[in-house]
Design a protein around this ligand. Structure first.
Ligand SMILES: [Fe+2]
Ligand SMILES: [Fe+2]
Length: 221
């Protein structure tokens, strides 16, 4: 069942605050990672990934401001410390650990932006859904890259790979299914009210949101 717009907005702010600081930690860690590598395709790709994470952070920062919210101060400090520490460790950790750790984190980032896209629709920010889906697709590419760098490593005899995400082409159909028939398990908390009247009210709200989203999409064409 869909959330009402106010609680969807609160949940979206929570996800965006987490993602905003997470992008900072990731970008700083990747900066240390590519600097630890010799010239070549891995160094170039991870440098490119760093730039993509900064770009995500800029975009999320703008959306937080538009929602009248600020990044979490403590999260920001912690993200900088974590990112710089991981970046520094890349210089001594060998090749496997930084690639493995990054891939595992990236798989969570895909789900985070998929959830943000659905919450954006529920909060009435229909025009943001496309941007979050783009970000989910970029994170999917990051995950695939890091997975490819560890997939045949001998250490995988003792350490299992993180679960593979759904195919990239599934991101948008999955969003459409969830946004049209929102699923509670996508969201961190379930709505408290479950009366029939409340359900009908939410269904009507959902239908109005979808009509508005389609109209906004048509205007962009
Ligand atoms: Fe990112
Ligand atoms: Fe990423």
């Amino acid at each position: 069942m869909a959330r009402d717009p106010a609680s969807a907005r609160d949940a979206l702010i929570g996800i965006l605050r987490h993602a905003y600081s997470g992008e900072r930690a990731a970008a700083l860690a990747y900066r240390g990672h590519w600097r630890s590598l010799p010239e070549g395709s891995d160094r170039a790709r991870i440098r490119e990934i760093e730039a993509e994470e900064w770009s995500h952070r800029d975009s999320i920062g703008g959306k937080l401001a538009a929602l009248g919210a600020r990044p979490g101060a403590w999260r920001e400090v912690r993200a900088a410390a974590i990112g710089r520490t991981l970046g520094a460790l890349c210089h001594v950790a060998g090749r496997f650990a930084p690639m493995y750790g990054a891939g595992r984190l990236e798989s969570g980032n895909i789900r985070e932006y998929e959830a943000a896209a659905v919450l954006a629709v529920e909060a009435g920010r229909f025009e943001w859904a496309e941007c979050f889906l783009d970000m989910a697709e970029v994170e999917w590419e990051h995950e695939r890259y890091f997975r490819s760098r560890v997939a045949d490593h001998p250490w995988l005899r003792w350490i299992s790979l993180w679960p593979a995400p759904a195919p990239k082409w599934e991101i948008r159909p999955s969003f459409r299914r969830r946004a049209a028939t929102p699923s509670e398990d996508l969201l961190p908390e379930r709505p408290k009210e479950s009366s029939r009247a409340r359900a009908a009210q939410l269904r009507e709200m959902r239908a109005a949101q979808l009509r508005e989203m389609r109209a906004a999409r048509d205007r962009m064409r």
